[in-house]
Each structure stands twice: as C-alpha cells, then as structure tokens.
Write a protein that binds this ligand. Structure first.
Ligand code: A3P
Length: 321
C-alpha cells in the first residue's frame, strides 16, 4: 500500500544519512550499503525489493554485474522458456527490447511508488511459464525469498577488463569528451563503482554456485561467445527446459542462438530506437561484444599490475579469467 512505501521512503532517507558516501565514474552518487557500493538513487528500490519481493519456486532470476552480458542472457532465457509459444518469426523479441521482456527488480519493478501487487503476494498464481526477473544486486543482498525459495538463479560473469570498456562506452555514448584511460581501470579494480566491488559481486555468486549447484548457475560471457550451443543446452537443462534430441536435430538450439546473437538483436528496429530507461537508449546495450578488448587500453606494466590485483582478489576461489 501507499502508506507502507511512504514509511519506507522515510526509513531509507534515515538509512542513507548514516551510510558512507562515495563517487562513482562521472560523479555518480554512491552509498556503501550492506557491503557494496549502491547507486544512491536505487537504494530505495533495493531495500524495497528486499523487504517485499516474494519469490516463487518457478521463478528464474537473471543476475549479473552491469555490462556483463545481461541483455544477451535475457534474450536467451526468454527464448528458451517460451519456445513452445513462439518461433523466431513471431517472438516478442522482434518488437520489444529484451529489457522490456525481462525487467530488473531494482531498476524498474520496485521503482514505483506503489508496490507491485503480483510481486509481493505469497500465493502463487497458476501459470504455465515461469516469471523471469533480472537484478544487479549482489548475492548477499538479494531478497531473502530468492535465497529461500526453490527458484533458480543464473549468473552471467565477464572478464573485468572488458566490463570496464563496455561500461565506459555505455556511460559516454552521447558524450565524446572523455577518453577511456588507465584511471578508469584503476578505480574499477579498487572497487568504488556502482554495484562494486566487482570481486565481491562475482565471488558471491561463484561460491553459491559451488555450494548449491542446483540453485545457482555461473556462466561466463567469454565462454559463451566461444561455444553458444553447448552453453545453451546446459542452461536450458539448468532452468528445467531441456532441449529434446528431436529439437536438437531440428536445429532449435541454433535458431535461438542466431536469433539472440548480437548482430541479430542489434539490427532490429526496436533495439536501434527508443529508450528503455529515460537515460538509456535501447541501442546503448548493443555495441561490439568483443572478448579481450579491455587489455588493449593498458600499458604492459599496468596490465600486469592489475592482473596481479585480480589474482589476489580471486585467490583460493578457483575462479579465473
Ligand atoms: P560491449 O560494450 O563490450 O560491446 P549488459 O547487457 O550487461 O548491459 O552488457 C552489455 C554488453 O553485452 C555490451 O558489450 C554489448 O555489446 C554486449 N551484448 C549485448 N547483446 C549481446 C548479444 N546478443 N550477444 C553478445 N553480446 C551482447
């Protein structure tokens, strides 16, 4: 109800005044909340989703650090779970941004003054397809109901050097004044960026994927680029929609991979025009999709130093890039 969110707004204001503040790239206001750097204007939505979101066993949560391939994952999972309803000639992906089809909890769904009734209800309304949600919230700060229900979490991860490049271009797409330099990599590796530290974000989901492999699947963007078919098969199995042998021979997996490829999505009118969020044009989510681009921006000594930082941060985890 309204009064609940009004009380919450007040509470968030009080919380905010007590939190350490920081500045992200281009002066973005950040606050350190529950161990991560949260973009201040989304703090309320994060708290709101933590407090009210009711996850159900059939839900699928798409989690990621920004610029790690979220848009791709949305298109892929949407296509997998809806393949009995749509083909690549009539899928809603042809006319809607993947971000419209799979919304973010903290960016759009809990951004309204009123709580979204269907997302806070504890009773599951019968439906044939699962609900798909995306989030950039770190594992440790996810709504409890996501951790407790039997819903699945699919995490997509990307090598941090490429995330830096991708993010920089995303933020500067309409402003060409700034140049990407080593400083951007340094601050990213230090951790004071929206959603950061990156290391804590990836390790939170990585550890959970090792401890509860039926609950959390950890995908690597770079590996998916190399062999999408194998990853699509595994992904479909994980979320409970395995491809049959017949589908495989009919080329269904290939078809989904092709439909969701960067080139195919990027060329769609809907993704060339329009604005998903007021400050983000749909086309800003589709750029080059290259693997290994990031290190080209660094001198060999900086590259070596940052690789050492990375190794130290990830040491003992088994996760490597
Ligand atoms: P680049 O900026 O390196 O090109 P996110 O979706 O998490 O915001 O990540 C955006 C990055 O994913 C961008 O990387 C974008 O080009 C890439 N991307 C978007 N759609 C893709 C797709 N269908 N396949 C592969 N990469 C994709």
């Amino acid at each position: 109800s309204f009064s609940e969110t009004e009380d919450l707004d007040q509470e968030v204001q009080e919380l905010l005044s007590s939190l350490p503040k920081g500045k992200g790239w281009f002066g973005a206001d950040l606050c350190q909340c529950q161990g991560f750097w949260c973009q201040t204007n989304f703090l309320r939505n994060v708290i709101c989703s933590q407090r009210f979101f009711q996850s159900h066993d059939q839900d699928i949560i798409l989690a990621s650090f920004p610029k790690s391939g979220t848009t791709w994952l949305k298109a892929l999972i949407f296509s997998i779970v809806n393949r009995s309803r749509y083909t690549s000639s009539n899928t809603p992906l042809l006319t809607s941004s993947p971000h419209k089809l799979v919304s973010f909890l903290e960016l759009d769904l809990f951004d309204k003054k009123e709580l979204p009734i269907d997302l806070i209800s504890t009773t599951r309304t019968p439906s044939t397809s699962p609900r798909l949600f995306a989030t950039h919230i770190p594992y440790s700060s996810l709504p409890e109901s996501i951790k407790k229900s039997n819903c699945r979490i699919v995490y997509i991860c990307r090598n941090p050097f490429d995330v830096v490049v991708s993010w920089f271009h995303f933020l500067t797409q309409h402003k060409h004044a700034e140049k990407l330099d080593e400083e951007h990599f340094e601050s990213f590796f230090k951790g004071e960026v929206a959603g950061g530290p990156f290391w804590d974000h990836v390790l939170g989901f990585w550890k959970e994927s090792l401890e509860r492999p039926h609950k959390v699947s950890f995908l690597m963007y770079d590996d998916m680029k190399e062999d999408i078919v194998t990853h699509l098969k595994r992904l479909a199995e994980f979320i409970g929609y395995p491809f049959s042998t017949e589908e495989e021979t009919q080329g269904v997996i290939r078809e989904i991979a092709t439909l969701c490829s960067l080139k195919s999505l990027k060329d769609l009118e809907v993704n060339k025009s329009g604005n998903y969020l007021p400050d983000h044009a749909n086309n800003s989510f589709f750029r080059k999709g290259k693997v290994g681009e990031g290190v080209n921006y660094l001198s060999s000594s900086t590259k070596q130093r940052l690789e050492n930082v990375m190794q130290e941060k990830l040491s003992g985890s088994g996760l490597t890039f």
